[in-house]
Design a protein around this ligand. Sequence first.
Ligand code: FE
Length: 243
Amino acid sequence: MNDSVFDRRRFLAASSAIAAGVLVGAPAIGRAANPHVLPALPYGDSGLEPVISAKTIGFHYGKHHKGYVDNLNKLVAGTELADQPLAKVVAATAGNADKVAIFNNAAQVWNHTFYWNGMKPGGGGKPAGEIGKRIDQDFGSFENFRKEFVGAALGQFGSGWAWLATDGRSLKVVKTLNAENPMTQGLKPLLTIDVWEHAYYLDYQNRRKDFVEASLDRLVNWAFAERNLKTQGTPPGPGGNVQ
Ligand code: FE
């Protein structure tokens, strides 16, 4: 799927999908058995080669991302969150010590779907358009942005994510730990790179920097980031519309 065909609605639907034909459980309220689904990748398993191998995609998407979806469905089954769309589950459980497992799995489903759509075959490099203009304006140059982003990705100790986000006024590079997402800090994500070891270890072993630089230079889908920049003016916050 190319940029022009990418359908953001599919991502939105993924967060709230109740697959037709799987309505079981309490018939009186029609609760879905597995309300969350694993969204299709926007490219094939080998679409990001040679930067990210089909083997990595097979495990990362096919096992890890799917695992978060499966875990989330088990965790919300029979709870008041069972019928909530993904984005609402993330917002409702953020910072709630009693709901850490649900938050972790819900946020990881959201983060991974966002990550996959932020990459594309033949992407990367210096962006044009509004996003390129804003990067120049807010970081001084694309090179400064790239340096800051790589620094954040390398500076995230252990597992986490590096993000380009906005507070509605300027663009920012942020890093988050484990499943955390800038939305819970009131920031709107525009783009992310997964820096959990499962994202790169098969291809790069401990060379996280090489993985991040190659992703920035050859995979980033800047049109996706620009669409996110333009979708709404107000950054979402906890409890708000986290899409
Ligand atoms: Fe991951």
